[in-house]
Design a protein around this ligand. Sequence first.
Ligand SMILES: *[C@@H]1O[C@H](CO)[C@@H](O)[C@H](O)[C@H]1NC(C)=O
Ligand SMILES: *[C@@H]1O[C@H](CO)[C@@H](O)[C@H](O)[C@H]1NC(C)=O
Ligand SMILES: *[C@@H]1O[C@H](CO)[C@@H](O)[C@H](O)[C@H]1NC(C)=O
Ligand SMILES: *[C@@H]1O[C@H](CO)[C@@H](O)[C@H](O)[C@H]1NC(C)=O
Ligand SMILES: *[C@@H]1O[C@H](CO)[C@@H](O)[C@H](O)[C@H]1NC(C)=O
Ligand SMILES: *[C@@H]1O[C@H](CO)[C@@H](O)[C@H](O)[C@H]1NC(C)=O
Ligand SMILES: *[C@@H]1O[C@H](CO)[C@@H](O)[C@H](O)[C@H]1NC(C)=O
Ligand SMILES: *[C@@H]1O[C@H](CO)[C@@H](O)[C@H](O)[C@H]1NC(C)=O
Ligand SMILES: *[C@@H]1O[C@H](CO)[C@@H](O)[C@H](O)[C@H]1NC(C)=O
Length: 661
Amino acid sequence: MAPCASCFLLVVMFSASCKAITSSDQMCTEKEANKTYNCENLGLTEVPDTLPNTTEFLEFGFNFLPTVENTTFSRLIDLIFLDLTRCQINWVHEDTFQNHHQLNTIVLTGNPLIFMAETSLNGPKLLKHLFLTQTGISNLGFIPMHNLENLESLHLGSNYISSIKFPENFPIQNLKVLDFQNNVIHYLSSEDMNTLKQATNLSLNFNGNDIKDIEPGAFHSKIFQSLKFGGSLNLSVILKGLQNTTTKSLWLGSYEDTDDQDLTSAMFDGLCEMSVESINLQKHYISDLSSATFRCFTQLQELDLTAHHLRELPSGIKGMKALKKLVLNVNRFDELCQIHAASFPSLTDLSIKGNMKKLDFGAGCLEKLENLQKLDLSHSDIEASDCCNLQLKNLRHLQYLNLSYNEPLTLQSQAFKECPQLEGLDLAFTRLHMKGPQSPFQNLHLLQVLNLSYCHLDTSNQHLLEGLEGLRHLNLQGNHFQDGSISKTSLLQTLSSLEILILSSCDLLSIDKQAFQSLGKMNHVDLSYNSLTGNSIDALSHLRGIYLNMAANNIHIIPSPLLLTLSQQSTINLSHNPLDCTCLNIHFITWYKENLQKFEGSEETVCANPPTLRGVKLSDVKLYCGITAVGIFFLVVFLFLVTVLLIFFIKFLLRWKYQHI
Ligand SMILES: *[C@@H]1O[C@H](CO)[C@@H](O)[C@H](O)[C@H]1NC(C)=O
Ligand SMILES: *[C@@H]1O[C@H](CO)[C@@H](O)[C@H](O)[C@H]1NC(C)=O
Ligand SMILES: *[C@@H]1O[C@H](CO)[C@@H](O)[C@H](O)[C@H]1NC(C)=O
Ligand SMILES: *[C@@H]1O[C@H](CO)[C@@H](O)[C@H](O)[C@H]1NC(C)=O
Ligand SMILES: *[C@@H]1O[C@H](CO)[C@@H](O)[C@H](O)[C@H]1NC(C)=O
Ligand SMILES: *[C@@H]1O[C@H](CO)[C@@H](O)[C@H](O)[C@H]1NC(C)=O
Ligand SMILES: *[C@@H]1O[C@H](CO)[C@@H](O)[C@H](O)[C@H]1NC(C)=O
Ligand SMILES: *[C@@H]1O[C@H](CO)[C@@H](O)[C@H](O)[C@H]1NC(C)=O
Ligand SMILES: *[C@@H]1O[C@H](CO)[C@@H](O)[C@H](O)[C@H]1NC(C)=O
């Protein structure tokens, strides 16, 4: 009986009693104390009392407020930003915002407005942004125009507006953004456009309106920041109608679902009569593409021909000396030389990503682009067996190169010798083979950002990253290391300037204590999605103030000597680890609760063991690892019983002895 009793007592004494604190607070979430709150989608019919009077930014969408009046928000006079998206608002009454002098943005998107009182927007002297998207407006006269002198952006998309004629005296002078997308505007007259006369540098959006006619002269000598006519079915109407206008950018793209006609070169004659810096023509098809198509493009600085079914750009395009940026994404080139790059000698930025066919990198296709700084060739099925000096010949000023998501590339040693100015190189998801043991990156002294994620690198080659003295940001996500371990002689040793290191999803099991010793400048280390244990934290003991992500590893217990290393760091993510919440880990858990502000993802930082505590947040666990009061009581009773038994036993023994003398 005695052994059994002691078992029971031991269990009682050392069992941890735990309690999870649950939160049933279904109210608004606080994003910044006393200032920023989100009360979306809570079925509210009024401002809850729990919101402080000092609230400045309030997201109140998806609640139920059929009428809004002067009492609705009267308490919150410090409001700066108010979002009332889809609150089923029909009526906005007089003086609703009369005391809200700071209010800068009102969002009424998605409310079926029936009435807005003339004085409903009185009060906010600084009102700058008004969103009336999807509110059923068909007439601009509906918008109360009192007090809108400072309005900078007016969003009227997805309504039933057919005329852009603003009422006389509508305060337009400070307007910078006017958004009419997806309305039913088919005709733009000079008279309508003249109501916008006072607004200079306007960004005007007519996307999705199918403009069928523009009165000649309607845009005469008007100056815009941007004009958007995307989705218009007949582009010659637009290009003709915009005569004598000046705009920085012109967006004439099409959408997947619009069934527009093919473009012809003649349509672009209108471009000669206007001043445009940047034009986007995405998702069109020019049926008679030739060098003559580009006759009126010579002033352009940016041209976007994304998804034009292009197999080749015509040779002999003349006069495109101003063009700085050319976008040729999602076309059908076979070889890079088919863009005839020499026609665009001033180009600094070229993008040919998502090519629909396997793109042959060619040799020296870009060699005339001496000023090229950015080149994006990602997602283009490029394959090269001897990369990249011939291909990138003469690109001396290239600073940024994106070759991610391509077919396998075999890199020579000093593969980027032609581009010594490279600062950013992205090779993610492109399988890399190295020709020989030397580093392909040797001469890239200025390289700051290198993305080698999922490149199937041979990480056992210690010379692989040699020469990258300036490298600050290295992404090695998804590569594998021998034995799942980073040794103290790993390829990282040469990267003394490194600040950001990503080693997530590398199947790591361990990291040598010395592995990061030469990386003294690191401030961001991502080791998430590996199988590391708590001991690998030791490799970071020389670092201070870093962001450390060890989410989704195999950390059960963090030994107490390593708490010092953790306490030196600024932000730590230990979410999704199988953490042990028994007394074996009590030092860590206590320290964790005292340093909660250091941790991110604490909602997902939960116990995995013991089974009774599985899923409980670490911050809610209460462990009693010592002898509890109940334990002491039972211990005393136990010792008492043992003593009594002992006395009886000795008595019995003595009596037995005397009887047998
Ligand atoms: C929020 O307001 C309360 C009460 O006015 C005040 O005690 C607290 O210090 C304020 N918090 C911040 C972060 O301003
Ligand atoms: C709201 O308007 C009513 C009637 O115009 C007025 O009596 C009341 O004082 C106003 N309330 C506030 C908080 O301004
Ligand atoms: C908030 O404002 C209301 C009305 O303006 C006032 O009655 C109330 O006392 C204020 N609350 C606090 C905590 O200041
Ligand atoms: C025009 O607006 C753009 C942004 O909308 C701004 O960057 C630019 O400085 C403005 N130009 C003038 C002349 O006001
Ligand atoms: C464009 O400007 C020219 C010269 O100022 C003028 O002759 C022509 O009529 C204008 N065209 C339109 C459509 O306003
Ligand atoms: C497009 O508009 C032009 C007038 O600018 C007109 O001549 C042409 O017929 C129109 N095309 C179609 C298909 O409606
Ligand atoms: C390179 O291109 C890929 C795919 O287009 C993109 O996701 C990535 O952000 C680009 N890299 C950089 C550094 O911009
Ligand atoms: C590669 O990493 C850089 C820097 O972190 C990032 O900007 C880029 O988007 C990444 N590329 C891809 C394809 O994810
Ligand atoms: C913690 O890290 C994981 C994995 O990288 C990430 O998904 C999660 O968003 C992070 N938590 C926070 C709060 O940033």
